[in-house]
Design a protein around this ligand. Structure first.
Ligand code: ADP
Ligand code: MG
Length: 254
């Protein structure tokens, strides 16, 4: 589904290298999680997969469903079915939520979206996410609380039905009940779309308890340094990244 090979990425503005020879393969239907301290490049990775213009790929490639997408524009990647739930969702003044989602849906199909069907579907999805209906007509994310923004991202996701989903710190901003609800919706989505793959970036094992990853990766300084199953997430939570590295160092020194 997604093959990242030897990816080295620099920030356009200051040429600082954030990702260094990072490789990661995600097969159809697999759920992968990435954990790592602040500033190691997790969000950069998610933005580079989506084609964010702030970053320059110096080396390596990203392939999606067999196609090299390393130099594709963001909208083309989105059209191919990649969706990024942002750590910090952008506010789009002047564009309402419903316009935004309807335009995106229209962009993807040859015939215009049926308005009646669209509104019905939006209403149902907003109900299921316990979202206030007035949000449909508000500008995208403007004045939304942190949790409301995250729910709004999940609403977009469920309307657009992507095949590859990146969740960048889904948990930040969501209260405990909303987090459970949103994770349940994502699990339901997964059931309905068994070939959909996910890449989950989080600091908390509890999110992974709810989303059940097949693999957990630890990221340090722009590369994946360790891969395991959910027990790696529990270890990280118990000992911290520093503790894990100390143990690793002791093992390699021996
Ligand atoms: P993480 O998500 O792992 O906490 P990020 O990927 O957001 O980390 O950032 C990695 C490093 O790169 C940080 O030091 C951050 O300040 C820097 N960085 C990322 N994007 C930019 C940017 N557009 N401009 C300047 N610095 C950036
Ligand atoms: Mg981040």
């Amino acid at each position: 589904m997604l093959e990242i090979d030897n990816l080295t990425v620099a920030i356009q503005e200051n040429e600082e290298q954030v990702l260094k020879h990072l490789s990661l393969t995600i097969k159809p239907g697999e759920v992968h999680a990435i954990m790592g301290p602040n500033g190691v490049g997790k969000s950069t990775l998610s933005k580079v997969i989506m084609g964010h213009p702030d970053y320059q790929v110096l080396e390596g490639s990203i392939r999606y469903q067999g196609q090299d997408i390393t130099s594709l524009a963001t909208d083309e990647r989105a059209r191919l079915g990649i969706f990024l739930l942002m750590q910090d969702p952008a506010v789009i003044e002047g564009v309402t939520n419903s316009e935004c989602i309807r335009t995106a849906l229209n962009e993807r199909s040859d015939k215009p979206v049926n308005l009646y069907q669209f509104i019905k579907q939006m209403n149902e999805k907003m109900d299921s996410l316990h979202m206030d209906k007035t949000m449909m007509h508000r500008f995208v994310n403007q004045g939304f609380s942190g949790g409301e923004k995250k729910k709004n991202e999940v609403l977009q996701l469920s309307m657009l039905e992507p095949d590859f989903i990146i969740l960048d710190e889904l948990d930040s901003g969501l209260d405990v009940d909303s987090l459970k609800l949103v994770c349940q919706k994502l699990q339901d989505y997964k059931q309905e779309h068994p070939n959909c793959s996910m890449l989950i970036i989080t600091h908390y094992a509890r999110v992974l308890d709810l989303l059940k990853p097949d693999y957990v990766h630890q990221m340090m300084e722009g590369a994946i340094v360790k891969t395991g199953d959910i027990t790696l997430a529990y270890d990280i939570e118990k000992t911290g990244y520093h503790g894990i590295n100390e143990i690793r160092k002791m093992m390699t020194d021996e």
